[in-house]
Design a protein. Structure first.
Lengths: 248, 258
């Protein structure tokens, strides 16, 4: 393993056993091999049901792999310490509605073991970054979808993570919101952070990613730099459709 | 430990920002207040009936708060998808379960303090004296009783699909143990083998919640129970809390979170 490899999966296989007698076991991932280097912005693409979220669930320790291995910073993903240096933004999520944004961030900061002084500093900086300073003391139940997504981004950054895992970070956002997320990803890249994200917005992926992987039906179909994947196709979207075998 | 306390803190915040506790507290206060203002038959000892009914209302309210608050903790986290960003942090599932238990149990303790302070003021206003030792023992034993029930409800929340079914089952089990569980050994004597063995086994396995019902102590102003017996009862409660919590941790380890 390369010393700068932050994220690694090796022959990762995930099967879901069906509870119904007549239904076969569903294979969500079939021997996935991935490596993401430090400082990369890595796009993880695939149609719905391809295995992107399953891969993230394994990396985050939500789902144990059936076989194979996955590690973050060289630590097996099943160890809670593997998550000390990561930030995660789920695709669809809500936060404790009875808490304010500030209280939520303070709670997560406690779990990371941040001191009070560092927590205060991080919260102030993050609320400014995601433009929620004015709403920081309102309960999250009063927030719009876009505001909740921004709270999500703030909580993913509370521990100043070295690796950010984002599951469709621009889902449900308006164009202005999507632009702000792209700006944040670019800023993180400039700071040397590693970003691993899945998205259906291939135009965004083309503009920010260093490398991409395309997964389909649990198998890795393509892996490489955006320009190499695009190849002779007009854009990444056309290359994507060709790789997954879509014929119009 | 810091993670457990962090999770517990959020549970307590949730309790006092929801309406459940305030509604139950106000209902109890109103009912007891109305009763306290009545002097039926000019009987000076009527205050004992007042105390009995007030304590019964406090027991019912605290039971409702303990079971309903605990039963929805982890299911609500899964349903609202707040579990995902939480478990993506360096927090183990065991810490989450223990944090939820501690938060619910401490929240029960806070509600008990509020209820018993109100009850104490009501009783003192009519009796003009009170037994600090008796009240302290009553609150302590009641709190540990709620600890057993909270741990049981937490295990139930991971076993049963819906919070409503878990709450119903917990209420039925608790009331069943309080009223019928204590007599199972006498019932067993009347049965033939092998049912007798099963009923006896059930009698010894079930937590004897009636040990923690010392309302008569407070109602009749009896002297407090010797503290070594109280200590044994507390250890007994801690044992059952541990059993239910270990069960909850083992069940939760294998549960999918999404």
């Amino acid at each position: 393993m390369n010393n700068s490899t932050i994220l690694r999966t090796e022959k990762l296989r995930v099967e879901y056993r069906s509870r119904e007698m007549r239904q076969a076991t569903k294979v969500a991932l079939r021997g996935l091999d991935l490596e993401v280097a430090a400082g990369e912005v890595f796009g993880f693409l695939g149609p719905n049901g391809a295995g992107k979220t399953t891969t993230m669930n394994v990396l985050l320790g939500f789902v144990p792999p059936t076989s194979g291995a996955a590690s973050l910073f060289g630590i097996d993903v099943r160890q809670p310490i593997a998550r000390q240096r990561i930030g995660y933004l789920p695709e669809l999520t809500y936060y404790y509605k009875f808490l304010t944004a500030e209280e939520l961030l303070r709670f997560y900061a406690k779990i990371f073991g941040l001191s009070r002084a560092v927590t205060d500093q991080r919260i102030a900086a993050l609320l400014k970054l995601v433009e929620l300073e004015a709403a920081a003391k309102r309960p999250i139940r009063s927030y719009s979808k876009g505001m909740q997504q921004r709270v999500g981004l703030a909580q993913a950054l509370i521990n100043n993570p070295d690796l950010l895992i984002l599951d469709e970070p621009t889902s449900g956002l308006d164009p202005l919101g999507r632009m702000k997320v792209r700006e944040i990803i670019q800023r993180l890249k400039n700071e040397g952070k590693t970003v691993f994200f899945s998205s259906h917005e291939l135009g965004e992926v083309e503009s920010v990613c260093d490398r991409v992987a395309i997964i389909h039906e649990g198998e890795l179909k393509a892996l490489g730099r955006v320009a190499d994947i695009t190849g002779t196709h007009a854009n990444l979207e056309k290359a994507f459709l060709d790789i997954i075998g879509f014929k119009s | 430990m810091k993670n457990i306390f962090a999770v517990a803190g959020v549970v307590i915040k949730e309790l006092y920002r929801r309406k459940d506790f305030y509604v139950l507290f106000i209902i109890t206060v109103v009912i007891c207040g109305v009763m306290a203002s009545i002097n039926i038959f000019n009987d000076a000892h009527i205050v004992r009936y007042l105390k009995a009914i007030s304590l019964l209302l406090i027991w019912i309210s605290s039971l409702v708060i303990a079971i309903t608050t605990t039963a929805r903790q982890i299911p609500a986290e899964r349903e609202n998808r707040t579990l995902l960003p939480l478990l993506a942090k360096p927090l183990t599932r065991v810490e989450l379960v223990l944090g939820k238990f501690l938060g619910c149990w401490l929240a029960c303790g806070l509600t008990l303090v509020c209820f018993y302070v109100f009850f104490g003021l009501l009783a003192v206003s009519r009796e003009h004296h009170w037994s600090a030792g008796g009240y302290f023992e009553a609150i302590l034993l009641h709190w540990f009783l709620l600890g057993i029930i909270t741990a049981m409800a937490l295990l139930g929340s991971l076993v049963f699909a819906a919070p409503s079914s878990n709450s119903t089952i917990c209420f039925v089990v608790v009331i069943g143990i309080m009223f019928a569980g204590r007599h199972l050994d006498q019932v067993a004597v009347t049965l033939s083998e092998p049912v007798r063995i099963l009923v006896n086994a059930l009698y010894y396995c079930l937590p004897h919640l009636e040990f923690y019902d010392v309302r008569d102590l407070v109602i009749h102003n009896w002297p407090p129970v010797a503290f070594q017996y109280v200590g044994l009862a507390l250890l007994y409660a801690v044992f059952y809390m541990a059993v239910f919590l270990i069960g909850a941790c083992l069940v939760f380890r294998r549960k999918p979170v999404n």
